[in-house]
Design a protein around this ligand. Structure first.
Ligand code: G3P
Ligand code: CA
Length: 354
C-alpha cells in the first residue's frame, strides 16, 4: 500500500484554505485527536472514519511498538485501560508492572505481545463515565497498525476528494529503544513506503522527546513537530524544561530540527481565575522562528474546560467549548487537536466568516 504524491497533491492546509483567507494565512487545520475520540473509542477505525466524516483534515495515531516490531496505534504501551485484554485468560500471566518514563505502571504492555496476539483484542472507551455513548461501541474495533491508519487516510482521500493527512506520534521512544525497539528507523521506513517522505506531504511526525526528532530529521524529509506541555520537560533530557523550550530562544532552537510545535493549549491561551486570558507570546515567537503551532487538546466536556466555560455541574455535559476554539483561532494557531473534530470544523467556519 502506497500513498503516492499524486494521491496527495497538496498539503492539507492548502487544500482547505479559502481564497479570501489564504492570502493572509492558510486556514487552521483540524486534527482528529485519536480520531473523533469524544464519540468513539480512541484510535479505532470507527473513530478515524467519524473524524473524517466530520471534516477533520488530519487523523492522529499515537504509536507504540509490539514484541515483533510493529507500530500499533495506542496512546500508551499499557493496554489494560483501552482494550478487553483483562477478559483474555490466555494473557493473564503476562500482567506485570514496569516503570515507564519514571512512572510505575501495572498491566499488559504492547512490547510483550506480537501483532497477531494484539489483533485478538477489541478496543474499549477510556472514559466510560464521561463518554457513555462512545462506550456503547466497546468491543467493535480491532487494534490498528500505523500502516492501516495510513491506508484509511489514503482510501478516504480518494473517496472524498479531500486531502486527509496523518499525524503520528512516537510514544516513549527512549523507553522502547531501551528494550531493543527503536522507533526512528521504523517510522522513517513506513513514511517512505507510504509515499510520505516529503517536505510537503500531508503528514506531521510528533514527539514529546527531543533526540528522537533530531534522529528522524536525518532519516526523513517529512514535517516534524515538537510536543510540549505546560509543566515538566522531555523524558529524554532532564536538564531542560518545556517552559525553557517555549521561550523565543527555545523555539528558535527547535526550528533547527522541527517544522512545528504542539503545545498544551494553555501555553497559548492561559487560564486565569477560571477564565480564558489574553494569549501569550507563544504563537508570535513560534511564527518568528518559522514554526507552525498546533495546540492540543480541545475537549468539549465540562470536566476538561476552565471553570467559567462549564455549563452546570455534570462533568460529562458539554461546556462552552466554542469560546476555547475561538480564542485559539484568534491567537493565530495554524491548527489544533480536538476530540470533537466536527465542533472544531464548525468553529473554524464561524471564525473564517467573522
Ligand atoms: O499529540 C498531541 C496530544 O495528543 C498530546 O497528548 O497525551 O493526548 O498524546 P496525548
Ligand atoms: Ca498524541
Amino acid at each position: 500500500m502506497t500513498l503516492t504524491r499524486r494521491a496527495f497533491t497538496a498539503t492539507a492546509a492548502a487544500a482547505i484554505a479559502t481564497p479570501a483567507f489564504a492570502a493572509a494565512r492558510p486556514a487552521p487545520v483540524i486534527i482528529g485527536h485519536r480520531g473523533a475520540s469524544g464519540e468513539r473509542p480512541e484510535h479505532t477505525r470507527s473513530a478515524y472514519l467519524l473524524a473524517i466524516q466530520e471534516g477533520a483534515d488530519f487523523i492522529e495515531p499515537d504509536l507504540c511498538l509490539t514484541k515483533d516490531g510493529h507500530m500499533v496505534v495506542r496512546h500508551e504501551n499499557e493496554i489494560g485501560g483501552t482494550t478487553n485484554i483483562a477478559a483474555h485468560p490466555e494473557f493473564a500471566a503476562r500482567k506485570t508492572a514496569k516503570t515507564i518514563d519514571g512512572e510505575r505502571i501495572e498491566g499488559w504492555f504492547t512490547e510483550d505481545f506480537t501483532l497477531a496476539e494484539l489483533k485478538t483484542l477489541r478496543a474499549r472507551e477510556r472514559l466510560p463515565q464521561v463518554r457513555p455513548a462512545s462506550a456503547a461501541f466497546d468491543g467493535t474495533d480491532l487494534i490498528l497498525t500505523f500502516e492501516e491508519v495510513v491506508e484509511i487516510a489514503r482510501a478516504e482521500t480518494k473517496r472524498t476528494g479531500r486531502t486527509i493527512g496523518v499525524y503520528p506520534e512516537m510514544k516513549h521512544p527512549s523507553y522502547f529503544a531501551g528494550v531493543g525497539l527503536a522507533f526512528e528507523g521504523r517510522m522513517a521506513a513506513a513514511l517512505k513506503a507510504a509515499g510520505l517522505d516529503a517536505k510537503d506531504a500531508p503528514v506531521f511526525v510528533q514527539c514529546f522527546e527531543v533526540a528522537p526528532l533530531k534522529t528522524i530529521r536525518t532519516l526523513t524529509r517529512a514535517p516534524l513537530v515538537q510536543l510540549m506541555s505546560l509543566e515538566g520537560g522531555p523524558a529524554d533530557n532532564s536538564a531542560v524544561s518545556y517552559a525553557q523550550m517555549a521561550t523565543a530562544d527555545g523555539l528558535k532552537a527547535i526550528s533547527a530540527y522541527a517544522d512545528g510545535v504542539g503545545p498544551e493549549w494553555k501555553m497559548v491561551v492561559p487560564v486565569t481565575d477560571g477564565a480564558l486570558a489574553a494569549p501569550t507570546a507563544f504563537v508570535s515567537d513560534a511564527h518568528a522562528a518559522g514554526l507552525k503551532v498546533h495546540p492540543w487538546t480541545v475537549r468539549a466536556e465540562n470536566i476538561f474546560l476552565p471553570a467559567k466555560l462549564k455549563r452546570g455541574a455534570d462533568p460529562a455535559v458539554h461546556g462552552d467549548v466554542d469560546a476555547l476554539y475561538d480564542a485559539l483561532f484568534k491567537a493565530g494557531v495554524d491548527g489544533l487537536f480536538s476530540d470533537f473534530p466536527g465542533l472544531g470544523v464548525q468553529a473554524r467556519t464561524r471564525f473564517l466568516k467573522a
